[in-house]
Design a binder for this molecule. Structure first.
Ligand SMILES: Cc1cc2nc3c(=O)[nH]c(=O)nc-3n(C[C@H](O)[C@H](O)[C@H](O)COP(=O)(O)OP(=O)(O)OC[C@H]3O[C@@H](n4cnc5c(N)ncnc54)[C@H](O)[C@@H]3O)c2cc1C
Length: 455
């Protein structure tokens, strides 16, 4: 493609902003990014919500497109499955996929952010820090920017604006004034808090390294993801209100007693538990859906700005990175015909982002509750056995979402059909060996067509 004269202005240098900047620079566009925070490479800032992320197929594909994936390998830890911790401290390991290639990858949000910003700048994008977008005039296309210190407001009029400014997007806020703009936001009654399990004396991990650890406790849960420095980034999910909730844990004694009764094996690995608990903020989790995502061919919402989802499928950034690759695919087809690209982008992506938003909420119940249930674990084994025999027809929903780039809406629809089949097949058996393969064959061929699997 010929370099375009268009300059593209991005708001937000979180995760999607710099990734998109790289992909756009690779296509010859001038790219400027405005970020409200200071430069985290110079000033230590809170990297934001969740210190670790699970990267999977869609995120990896996007990083491969930028040429960054091989560099990332040194800062990721593959997690091969879930390690469940029972109340009594017993461990059960459940693999995520069929083999060693079907893993999810733990990566520090800050390290990923820094690597993306470095690469975006190496490619020629300019990132302006301490520049908060405070408003967008949809008539003139003007954005207002405020510098943190000293406080001063400037404005500019981008030719093309892409909002990558996350779930509280200032551009989306301005778009609320659009005629017939649909918007919904749904908060969970649960919040989250980041905690840490430090490394052992020789820098080693104190729990199994290649696993995502889960302490499922019905209405609440703790998870831990490994870091390359031997620590684990933990996230505690608790209701905001109620007997066992953030509202009920107000003193170090209460926090210690609660952890002792619910997560005793983790508590003994957390010498700084109460300090971390009271120093770290309690975050909230929200699903945001809206439409349209664009103002004509002038401005577009992308990533969490367009569709924030709750974190229980580990897909927020994977989905956002897929937005970026989908957008540049359209640019490759239509050049800089933004008035055509933006609506087409939304119509391609929206059914899929709605689908992953719904699956992410469903998965909360699965993670905090059902993973502790032996029947659920048995069904997972049956799913893997069916996939082995019918790899083009039956792929577990988790695998369609995580290990493939099968559209999320297809994963949701097929997952629902497969769940009904599994119900029937597992009804009266307790061992995979007892599976009625004839019935399975009939059900699969009657209900499922061969899948198109994007490479
Ligand atoms: C607890 C938790 C765990 C998660 N775990 C996972 C996971 O395992 N895997 C996964 O894929 N996803 C996960 N996510 C989701 C993931 O973090 C988000 O989907 C992702 O960060 C969205 O990227 P983004 O670039 O759209 O927005 P953000 O990462 O929020 O970045 C937005 C950027 O815009 C800047 N900004 C905001 N407003 C303005 C403004 N007005 N002016 C200028 N700049 C502005 C912000 O400072 C920020 O740098 C998790 C989320 C949470 C809350």
């Amino acid at each position: 493609m010929k370099p375009s004269p268009d300059k593209i202005t991005l708001i937000g240098a979180g995760l999607n902003g710099p990734l998109l900047a790289i992909l756009l620079r690779q296509r010859g566009f001038d790219v400027e990014v405005y970020e409200r925070r200071p430069d985290m490479r110079q000033v230590r800032v809170n990297a934001g919500r969740s210190i670790n992320l699970a990267l999977s197929a869609r995120g990896i594909y996007a990083l491969q497109q930028t040429g960054l994936w091989e560099r990332m390998r040194s800062i990721i830890i593959p997690m091969r499955g879930r390690m469940m911790h029972s109340l009594a401290g017993e461990l059960t390991f459940q693999p995520y996929g069929q083999n060693e290639t079907e893993v999810i990858n733990s990566i520090s949000r800050a390290e990923l952010n820094i690597a993306l910003m470095n690469a975006a700048e190496e490619q020629g994008a300019t990132i302006h820090f301490n520049q908060r977008c405070t408003g967008y005039d949809m008539e003139t296309g003007t954005i207002r920017l405020r510098e943190g210190n000293p406080r001063s407001e400037t404005s500019c009029q981008p030719t093309v604006l892409i909002a990558c400014d996350g779930s509280t997007s200032a551009i989306r806020m301005a778009m609320l004034k659009l005629n017939r703009f649909d918007f919904s936001q749904q908060h969970l009654g649960h919040g989250y808090k980041e905690l840490t399990i430090p490394a052992g004396a020789r820098g080693e991990h104190l729990l199994e390294t290649n696993a995502l650890h889960i302490w499922p406790r019905g209405n609440l849960m703790l998870i831990a993801l490994p870091n390359i420095d031997g620590t684990f980034a933990c996230i505690l999910f608790l209701p905001f209100e109620g007997p066992e909730s953030f509202a009920s844990l107000n003193t170090p004694e209460q926090v210690r007693a609660f952890f002792q009764s619910r997560f005793a094996d983790a508590a003994q690995l957390m010498p700084q538990l109460t300090e971390n608990y009271f120093a770290n903020p309690t975050g909230s989790m929200v699903t945001i859906k809206c439409s349209p995502w664009h103002v004509g061919g002038k401005a577009l919402l992308l990533g969490d700005a367009a569709h924030a989802i709750v974190p229980f499928f580990g897909q927020g950034i994977n989905c956002g990175f897929e937005d970026c690759t989908a957008l540049v695919d359209l640019i490759d087809q239509h050049g800089s015909d933004w008035a055509r690209i933006f609506p087409e982008f939304e119509s391609q992506r929206k059914t899929n982002t709605d689908a992953i938003a719904d699956m992410a909420v469903e998965n909360f119940i699965e993670m905090r509750d059902r993973v502790a249930d032996s029947r659920f674990l048995f069904r997972k084994k049956v799913e893997l056995a069916l996939e082995q025999k019918y790899p083009k027809l039956f792929i577990p929903k988790y695998a369609m979402v995580t290990f493939h780039r099968i559209p999320y809406s297809v994963a949701l629809a097929r997952g629902t059909v497969q769940d009904r089949m599994l119900e029937e097949l597992c009804e009266s058996i307790h061992r995979v060996e007892d599976l009625d393969w004839k019935k399975a064959d009939q059900l699969i061929h009657r209900n499922l067509t061969p899948l198109e699997i994007p490479q």
